[in-house]
Ligand binder design. Structure first.
Ligand SMILES: [Zn+2]
Length: 271
C-alpha cells in the first residue's frame, strides 16, 4: 500500500474537521493537533482563512492578532518565500527554521487586512482560490456574506510577490464527487488559473482538506492538506503536505505551537 493510499484509509475514519460538522454515526478519529508542525527539516506551513476584525472561525484572526502572530513567528522562523517551494522540494528541506504562510478561499479581507501587515513584516504567501468563487459574494451559513477577491486583486497579489494557486473550482470536498467530477473540478481550476494568471504553479489545496475518494484522479504536482494530514516529508507525500494553524481563539497556545514546530530543526527543543 502506498503512503497516499494508507493515509486515505486513515482518512475514512476522520470526520472531525474544525468548523466542519462530523457526519452522524461516523467514527471520529483524532487528527494531529495544531502543535504538530512538519517532518524534520521541512518548513512549517500555516493556513488561515480570514484576517478580519469581525469574523470568528478557528483560522480567522483579527488584524491585530495577525500582526502579533507574525511578530512572534518572525522571532523563531524565517519567512519562506512562496517562490522557494520548488527549490526546497529539490533540496529535501530547508536548512533553517522556516515558515510558509498560506490562505485558503481567497477572501477579500486577506487583501485588505493581511497584505499590508505581511508586507510591513517581510512575509509573502500562497493564496489558494476556488476559481468559481473569484469576485463572488458567498452567503456563508455561519459567517454571513463573505466577499472573495476579484481577478484584479489576485493579479495584484502576484505582482506583489505572492503566489495564487488552486483551491479547486467549486469549493466542494473532492471526496464528495465521483472520480470524473473530481477530475473535472481540479482540471478546470488549473485551466482557468493558467488563463487568468499565467505562470501560476500547478499546486492544489484540497477544499476542507479532503483528498479525492477511491478512483484514479490525476493530481497536480503538489497538493496541500490541512491539519488532518500527518507530518511527512514533501517528497514522500507530495499529494498530502501537512499544513497547520495558529489556534485563533487560544493565543496563549501560540508560543507552545511555535516551540513544537521548531523541533523539526531542533529536536531538543531548547530554543
Ligand atoms: Zn476552503
Amino acid at each position: 500500500m502506498s503512503p497516499l493510499q494508507a493515509s486515505h484509509e486513515q482518512r475514512q475514519n476522520q470526520s472531525a474537521t474544525p468548523g466542519v460538522p462530523a457526519q452522524a454515526g461516523a467514527p471520529v478519529t483524532a487528527y494531529p493537533p495544531p502543535e504538530t508542525g512538519a517532518a524534520p527539516g521541512w518548513p512549517v506551513i500555516l493556513y488561515f482563512h480570514h484576517v478580519d476584525p469581525d469574523i470568528r472561525h478557528y483560522t480567522a484572526v483579527t488584524p491585530e492578532a495577525f500582526d502579533r502572530g507574525l511578530a512572534q513567528l518572525g522571532e523563531r522562523f524565517l519567512p519562506m518565500e512562496p517562490q522557494a517551494v520548488p527549490s526546497v522540494l529539490d533540496k529535501g528541506g530547508h536548512p533553517d527554521p522556516a515558515c510558509l504562510l498560506t490562505f485558503d478561499d481567497g477572501y477579500t479581507d486577506v487583501f485588505e487586512h493581511a497584505l499590508p501587515i505581511m508586507e510591513r513584516r517581510g512575509w509573502r504567501s500562497v493564496v489558494f482560490a476556488s476559481v468559481d468563487l473569484v469576485g463572488q459574494i458567498e452567503q456563508h451559513p455561519v459567517r454571513g456574506p463573505l466577499r472573495h477577491m476579484t481577478w484584479e486583486q489576485l493579479a495584484e497579489l502576484t505582482r506583489r510577490g505572492h503566489i495564487v494557486a488552486s483551491h479547486g473550482s467549486a469549493h466542494v470536498a473532492l471526496n464528495r464527487m465521483d472520480t470524473a467530477a473530481a477530475q473535472a473540478d481540479i482540471d478546470n481550476a488549473q485551466d482557468v488559473l493558467q488563463e487568468r494568471l499565467p505562470g501560476a504553479p500547478d499546486w492544489l489545496a484540497y477544499p476542507f482538506g479532503e483528498l479525492p475518494g477511491p478512483g484514479d484522479v490525476r493530481l497536480p504536482s503538489l497538493c496541500f492538506g490541512s491539519v488532518k494530514a500527518s507530518a511527512r516529508a514533501w517528497d514522500v507525500a507530495p499529494h498530502e503536505i501537512r499544513r497547520t494553524y495558529l489556534p485563533a481563539d487560544e493565543p496563549q497556545r501560540w508560543d507552545s505551537c511555535m516551540t513544537e514546530w521548531r523541533r523539526a530543526w531542533d529536536p531538543s527543543g531548547s530554543r
